[in-house]
Design a protein around this ligand. Structure first.
Ligand code: PLP
Length: 491
């Protein structure tokens, strides 16, 4: 493809994308294709001869697009949203054009410097403590995902614990090595039973044990200080070493919020245990001052992560990880072979983000964040959060207005409503009828939502973070859910 062919194809692609968004509300949110459909449509070997863009695009339109789930549709009410906005798409386009796996500052100084600036802007806008800003000992770094962020922090936590809590007690290198080797097998990471599975996966990757602490309905499924103290003590009685904890600001299934202040107090006697906040979805709300009270207790924590690629108008991937002391990431992750050395890095005046993450190369992700921040401004981004929250409240009220058909299962929060269908027949339980309703909705594909089990209760969860959702689209979704529920309660 030469530059002029690219120009023609790119203009046409932009037209295609604009038309796609103009028709997004009319598209069936979930695809009808059967598993393996694409293998039937594409050749079994890669093309040997070059093909024209027109032919490629024709197949894209007829074979690929029908197999897409439309995450931007107002009828996408599942998981958490994965917002996209036009300035963010433009950021991706330029990022691809100037492709630079900018692992060191010198690999493309603007890539590093813009990242530092936009992450400082975001931290200030969210009201994070100044210790998380880059002009202190801390700072932010864009990771590919919240899962990557928790693995990265867990590796730093493991390194810090083994050095500061274990090796520091010994004087010779031999003794230190032996003590570290013995302690490694006893390390244990904690989270609540509501925490996203990425913490358990991180423990798997880091080769440490994982303990999920049970939460209870009377605490709104939050991890409490008392439960944490008990869990740490029980682990220590078994000879284990608590070295890491994930606390959540908005869990996946129900948006539970752990008790940060209590957790901070409970872990005061564990100065070497790393405390991480997973605010992957709900943390977006912090850009509005009225939600920043949720940060109370953050001063006890070592790291904080929020995905702009969920609810903050920046397309996947843009997980914003902040650490109180960047030294711990660098201590754990920095290896500098001769071919990565350069004057700028050696001077100590620049950031090399490769030392703050697992991969070496990294994408120019800050560009899309910068474009979004400038196009919307903080005011526009706040308006998006408040608008989608308002739509969530509207949906919750519709559910609450029909207590004969629905019961709210957990406190509605951050645009997420979790509910059960009330059975109408004595032989049927709420779990049975809720499952029937969820299955039928899943098969009919009018809307896309997720079912989840909370403390043994089968629930339906509906979340409203799409920029394309409106009160009207949510009313229509509700009326459909109501019709299906009333029918299923009778059959
Ligand atoms: N944490 C929470 C609360 C989540 O809801 C999710 C995903 O939905 C994650 C972490 C993992 O996010 P990622 O896909 O960025 O790894």
């Amino acid at each position: 493809m030469d530059p002029e062919e690219y120009r023609r194809a790119a203009y046409a692609s932009v037209d295609y994308i604009v038309d796609y968004y103009k028709t997004i509300t009319e598209r069936q949110v979930v695809s009808d294709v059967e598993p393996g459909y694409l293998r039937q449509l594409l050749p079994s070997e890669m093309p040997q001869e070059p093909e024209s863009w027109d032919d490629i695009h024709k197949d894209f339109d007829s074979h690929i697009v029908p197999g897409l789930t439309h995450w931007q549709s107002p009828n996408f009410l599942a998981f958490f949203p994965a917002n996209v906005s036009f300035p963010s798409i433009l950021g991706e386009l330029y990022s691809a054009a100037f492709s630079a796996p900018a692992f060191n500052w010198i690999c493309s100084p603007a890539v590093t410097e813009l990242e530092t600036i936009v992450l400082d802007w975001l931290a200030k806008q969210m009201g994070l403590p100044s210790e998380f800003l880059s002009d202190t000992e801390g700072g932010g770094v864009i990771q590919g995902s919240a899962s990557e962020a928790v693995v990265t922090t867990m590796v730093a936590a493991r390194d810090r614990y083994l050095r500061d809590a274990i090796a520091s007690k010994y004087s010779t290198e031999e003794e230190k090595d032996a003590a570290i080797a013995a302690a490694r097998g006893k390390l244990v990471a904690f989270a609540s039973d509501q925490t996203h599975s990425s913490t358990q996966k991180a423990a798997l990757i880091a080769g440490v044990r994982f303990i999920a602490i049970k939460t209870y309905a009377e605490d709104d499924y939050a991890l409490t200080g008392a439960a944490l103290t008990k869990a740490f003590k029980e682990a220590e009685d078994k000879g284990l070493l608590p070295f890491f904890l994930t606390a959540s600001l908005g869990t996946t299934a129900i948006c539970a919020i752990d008790k940060f202040v209590e957790i901070g107090e409970a872990t005061k006697d564990y100065p070497h245990a790393w405390k991480h906040i997973d605010a992957a979805y709900s943390g977006a709300a912090l850009i509005c001052p009225e939600f920043q009270h949720y940060l109370a207790g953050v001063e006890y924590f070592d790291s904080f992560d929020m995905n702009m690629h969920k609810w903050l108008l920046v397309n996947f991937d843009a997980s914003c990880l902040y650490v109180r002391k960047r030294k711990y990431l660098i201590d754990a992750l920095s290896i500098t072979p001769s071919y990565l050395r350069n004057e700028a890095s050696d001077s100590g005046l620049v950031i090399d983000y490769r030392d703050w993450q697992i991969p070496l190369g990294r994408r120019f992700r800050s560009l899309k964040i910068w474009f979004v921040m400038r196009t919307y401004g903080a005011k526009g981004m706040q308006e998006h959060v408040r608008k989608t929250l308002g739509i969530g409240v509207h949906f919750t009220k519709l559910i609450q207005a029909h207590p004969d058909v629905f019961s709210i299962a957990t406190p509605p929060r951050f645009g997420l409503t979790v509910f059960q269908v009330v059975p109408s027949k004595p032989e049927e339980t709420a779990n049975d009828v809720t499952k029937k309703v969820a299955n039928r909705i899943s098969n009919e594909k009018v809307i896309f939502l997720t079912a989840s089990t909370v403390d043994g209760k089968e629930c339906i969860r509906v979340v409203t973070g799409s920029p394309w959702a409106t009160d009207k689209s949510m009313t229509e979704a509700f009326e459909y859910i109501l019709t299906v529920s009333e029918e299923e309660r009778q059959t």
